[in-house]
Design a protein around this ligand. Sequence first.
Ligand SMILES: [Zn+2]
Length: 190
Amino acid sequence: MKIIQKFMTRNDCYQANEKIVPKGILLHSTATPGVMAHEWYDMWNKSYQKGEINRKVCVHAFLDDENVMQYLPWDHRGWHGGGPVNKTHIGIEMCEPAGIVYDDKYGSTIIEYDVEANEEYFRKAFKNAVELCVMLCKKFNLTEENIITHCEAHKMGIASNHADVMHWFPKHGESMGSFREAVRKALNND
Ligand SMILES: [Zn+2]
């Protein structure tokens, strides 16, 4: 896993310079098929307050099958969960491969997905996400138990109602349980 640091200095979250003590990691996936990690820089390195972008949004990192792009210092308050979770959790977005077709009506319901074609991409991105979470757990004294995904955070009442990443992981036989288990194994050298 290679981390490329390129802070979104125009983004309001960066400008606000509000610090957090990370208590966990919130894992997202983008629901934007085919837009890879490095491409989000130009899309989101903008100020909502100055009207350069139509939503207030910022995460700490985007990752894909190749790289992790770190866009915000890990201890800055991000804006990715639509709730109190922003003040406690590091936000990570996993980029989704091209070719996924979503139902417009529900936004996060996938209606067409080629498992075989996406398997290699998924495995590499999943591995990068595990490695990044392992690194962050070590850095901030967290465990796999502190890693949640957006839909879990919603059920806990601390984030907006999104389906990620559980609309995607099961297509490849994974879940947040198996994700946490992979992080646990790496943390404990099992
Ligand atoms: Zn999300």
